[in-house]
Write a protein that binds this ligand. Sequence first.
Ligand SMILES: [Zn+2]
Length: 83
Amino acid sequence: MSRYSSSGTDWERTRARVLARDAHTCAYCGREATTVDHIVAKKNGGTDDEANLVSACNRCNASKGARVMARTAWYDPEWIRRV
Ligand SMILES: [Zn+2]
């Protein structure tokens, strides 16, 4: 599995779109987001599709792990629109 390259890749464009979609707001804590997180981890079959990505701050993105299923359960696009 390849690592993400840092410049000019499809991933960079996808990341920028997701951040713009979510108004640069972390989906987990509401702080300013500078990264995007996979709702379903790639190792669990998640994709880089925007539907599987949410904006996240560094802190929340760094604490990913065992809570993937819980996040998936409460993640609701409607929630973002209400913020
Ligand atoms: Zn956060």
